[in-house]
Design a protein around this ligand. Structure first.
Ligand code: ATP
Ligand code: MG
Length: 452
């Protein structure tokens, strides 16, 4: 086995372990990548050295997963996860092994791993391949197969079914029939997996080249109903007229487009969830399906989902906001004021993401790449309006609260109302944005409303 694909620093680290009388094997994703002829980036080592022995051999060691026998070595700018050979016999709650038991040899360590393609090791420094489960052959054929009996392995750790489908969309591999067939019967164990672990897999699916591959398998095996029931409910929700697909197929296509374009995660999530509210808002009016205000219901459902999977607040807010705003329909008759109101509502900093979401949505209607000319008129108008005198937020006003105080207006809620009114005025007509005119308008307005 050629070991040219292995980072020289990884070989150096293995050398340090070897000179300490210990074994070192490259394991996990890196071996898979090397066998597929891809560049490896994630360096996991397995060793017979105990964590404290590893720690003693290197200067910079972080006990990242000491309960599982894992430490992270920082060596000449490279970070490596080093895990002592283990067996895992006890997975009582369908989550993680309750305690770590060390194994004597690499073969035993490999037998606890989930899939044959992940149960390979390259011994360092010689790069001898250890492959007790024919993983190399499965990698060559692009097959995801469990080590041992699928049902047992899934009942040990309920995350494994989701990992299988995630790898399928990441690598473009096929999940073998035995593994796929074992998923429905082990959903009870999978249901106990922590939301954070599920989220990490969802993230990897969403960043894969074609997320729909995993989501379709999730649907087929019951995982979609388990983890994303509101999305599963979009199946069969027809929306004939302007759409060729039901709401689920449309959402998956939109999501695929986001992933293929490399859009940020919150845009990909928004693409997947933007129509979640359609099943609940659907009404037949004069023989045509309508979905009034579905974007608000979609936003509400998406917020619940993202919160329950413990997504960071920034991602939740960004995705939910895009979903809420996805139903804009620009026409050339929009006044500059209408364009300014649109920009204020969306937020200047979110325009690009909203355009991206619209392109996903358009792609999802027919599976055809959206023409750049679709959004161009709005983009041009928005750019033009932004280049004009700015009138988008209170800080763009030619007067401040302090100026208003000098005219006798007191600070407080009344002042806030006046400032908002001034902004409305200037959004409608930026020519009014001068100190003199605004003070005059403020005086009239506060007198009329009895605010001074
Ligand atoms: P990637 O890092 O690209 O997601 P990977 O295969 O390296 O892929 P990791 O989650 O980093 O995946 O895990 C490293 C290795 O640990 C896997 O290749 C597999 O052998 C083993 N492993 C990880 N999670 C499990 C699990 N839930 N059950 C059994 N073995 C696992
Ligand atoms: Mg890895």
């Amino acid at each position: 086995m050629d070991n040219a694909g292995i980072h020289p620093i990884v070989k150096e680290v293995a050398g340090v372990l070897n000179r300490g009388g210990k074994q070192a094997f490259l394991v996990g994703g890196a071996v898979r990548d090397i066998l597929r002829g891809k560049k490896a980036h994630d360096w996991d080592l397995a060793t017979d050295a105990r964590p404290e022995e590893v720690t003693a051999l290197f200067k910079k060691v972080i006990p990242t997963g000491i309960r599982h026998g894992t430490v992270t070595i920082l060596y000449k700018g490279v970070s490596l996860e080093v895990t002592t050979f283990r067996t895992e016999s006890d997975y009582r709650d369908g989550r993680r092994p309750d305690r770590v038991e060390y194994a004597a040899a690499i073969e035993e360590d490999l037998s606890r791993r989930d899939f044959t393609m992940n149960a390979l090791a390259l011994e360092l420094p010689g790069a001898r391949l250890v492959d007790p489960f024919d993983g190399a052959e499965d990698i060559k054929r692009g097959i995801i197969r469990c080590v041992g009996k699928a049902e047992e392995r899934f009942n040990e750790d309920g995350l494994r079914p989701l990992r299988a489908l995630r790898f399928a969309s990441q690598l473009g591999f096929t999940v073998d029939e035995a593994a796929l067939g074992a998923i429905p019967g082990t959903l009870g164990t999978t249901a106990k997996v922590s939301p954070e672990r599920v989220r990490d897999e969802l993230d990897k699916i969403l960043r894969s080249p074609r997320p729909s591959a995993a989501f379709r398998l999730m649907e087929k095996t019951g995982l979609l109903r388990l983890f994303l029931p509101d999305l599963a409910a979009c199946r069969g929700v027809e929306q004939k007229g302007y759409h060729r697909f039901d709401v689920l197929d449309h959402s998956l296509l939109a999501c695929d487009y986001a992933a293929a374009q490399g859009f940020p995660l919150h845009v990909t999530l928004a693409a997947l969830f933007h129509d979640l509210g359609k099943p609940r808002t659907r009404e037949l009016k004069d023989g045509v399906w309508t979905f009034y205000n579905h974007e608000r219901e979609s936003a509400r459902l998406a917020e619940n989902i993202l919160t329950s999977y413990r997504y960071p607040n920034a991602i939740i807010h960004a995705a939910v906001h895009l979903i809420e705003e996805h139903m804009f329909f620009y026409e050339d008759v929009w006044t500059d004021a209408a364009v300014r109101r649109f920009i204020i509502r969306v937020g200047e900093e979110n325009l690009e993401d909203l355009y991206a979401l619209r392109n996903c949505d358009t792609y999802g209607m027919a599976g055809i790449a959206p023409s750049p000319s679709l959004l161009l008129p709005l983009m041009r108008r928005a750019d033009a309006v932004l280049a004009q005198s700015r009138a988008l937020s209170l800080k763009d006003l030619a007067v401040s609260g302090k100026d208003l105080m000098e005219t006798g207006l007191k600070p407080g809620p009344g002042m806030g109302i006046v400032l908002k009114e001034l902004l409305e005025t200037v959004v409608d007509d930026p020519a009014l944005n001068s100190r003199e005119k605004l003070l005059e308008i403020a005086a009239k307005y506060s007198e009329a409303k009895n605010l001074s």
